[in-house]
Ligand binder design. Sequence first.
Ligand code: SF4
Length: 378
Amino acid sequence: MGLGIYIHIPFCRKKCYYCDFPSFAGYETLMEPYGTALSMEIEEKSLLLEQLGPADTVYIGGGTPTALPLGVLARLIGKLRRTVPIKSDAEITIEANPGTVDEEYLHALLECGVNRLSMGVQSFNDTILRAIGRIHTAEQAVRAVEMAKSAGFKNLSLDLMYGLPGQGLEDLKTSVETAMELAPQHISIYGLQVEDGTLFARQQEKGELRLPVDDIVEAMYDYMTEYLPDRGYVRYEISNFALPGYESRHNMGYWTDVPYLGMGAAAHSYMGDSRWNNVSSVEKYIKSVETGLPYRENEELLDRETEMEEFCFLALRMSAGIDKRAFQRKFDCPIGSVYNEAIEKMKARKLLEETEDHIRLTSLGMKFGNVVFREFVF
Ligand code: SF4
């Protein structure tokens, strides 16, 4: 695989109560100048991107990219496609919120060359959607998916969440069933994490957040990880399931050591042995790009040990696991010479299994991935 390009759109109509992503509500007046600044960054990076060769994937994420006015988004994608070498069969994904798209918007995305739509649905239960601060109803989500399909999207992904306030196992099953009726090609499942700085964290501190008990959350996880494969969705990564051939190429790149260049506020990049991110303040990003000031920060040269750690725990997220030969090629030593103790310990606990070519999580290991990942940290 070649290069991945990530474009960050840091705007949302409203902040969801669980979300700690770099995204902001109430920034409508900055959308147009942000689009202009991003176009300038694309221009600025065009030489580098030419040297790196054509991109295999483009991922426009956020935030809510579809919160942008259609004209701003279409100009941006047009600029990217004119300026940057992109393979003719590239996967071009955009994240969409069901409350922000209509038929015209979806048709325009296809015309711009977007060929994969990742829809943040989270649940098909209106009470739960309200409880987590989503801007859309279940019916809007169903309609948005149907509109996307009739517009011509043939590669659709839905995000679902579990462990949400007020959610029971039956609610989750109903949401999964509704998702099945919509027949997406890809499903991502995320357990709720209460992150610092979110409304949920503040509610939890005051004892006001009512979450399902651990046993129920575990039953939800077990249900989805058994049911989705039964319905033909192959679990190719801890949180991701796809019909064969519809795995997210862009995200696979993150897990398999493919370089990526991020553009836009807060976007992260990884190339060779270094990584960095752009400033996350939208105002600072726009001003810096406009005036030629630096907007890259946290530049880090990765040492060999950090590279090994990340190579392993990112690869372990995938069902295929660590490719032993790829490790040997990258680090010029067999993985066993570095991690033998960790591997044997995790195998003894039935969290890892080893084949001739790979080391991978067992299904128990998938559930307790963090226990395994810790063993790969120096
Ligand atoms: S729509 Fe997505 S990015 Fe925006 S606040 Fe909600 S979860 Fe966060």
